[in-house]
Design a protein around this ligand. Sequence first.
Ligand SMILES: [Zn+2]
Length: 256
Amino acid sequence: MAMIFDSHAHYDDGAFDADRAELLASLPTQGVGAVINAATDPVSAERCLRMAATYPHVYAAVGIHPEAVGRATDDWLARIARLAREQKAVAIGEIGLDYHYDDAAPREVQQQWFRRQLALAGEMNLPVIVHDRDAHEDVLALLREYRPRGVVHCFSGSVEMMREVVSLGMYIGLGGATTFKNAKRPAAVAAAVPADRLLLETDAPYMAPEPCRGHRCDSTLVRHTAARIAELRGVSTEELLRQTYANAERLFLQKA
Ligand SMILES: [Zn+2]
């Protein structure tokens, strides 16, 4: 049975407080070979690195999420830079732009932190994990400018945008949203992404795929997402899991 590489999860979330240790320890026996835990701020990054140090199959992305930049102080960048040097820090993330909420940090503030962290990733030669919610044009503009290696996670853009992201050398992360009824656009993207640029993810504890939608998500549920995407692409689930595992290894675990 091919193993799952969950390229995006948040096991530092309070939703896992009751059973985090047992769950993380059990993942390899449940078919999950590797997980990238994406941080949201420096404290979350420290927790992600601690989990990564404890479990051989867990890796950390360290970064400041656009929803956290409103409370960021200037020293946060240096803290992230220091944490990014740790052995199991494999990416800067998650970083990006989120224009969905009215009470979010102003767009200029979000863009400034996104720029700082894109520059940091370039200096450290690390890939980025990009969050893009309702901010496609501005995210694309900054990706064109900084040309990072990395992934646009929980990709919600059009097939046309996907093609541009891929042409910039980046990967497309797809998760539970691909399985939702009415998910026409994610389904079209899932069918069209080049096989060597597709990553699977959960965004656990959020975005549980059908038939588990609405419940707490964990990395084992990637199997449902994989089955749906494999069906859309006309390949076997095993083949899709093998390909996406190799893609995530190439992006995150091999030295560029
Ligand atoms: Zn996330």
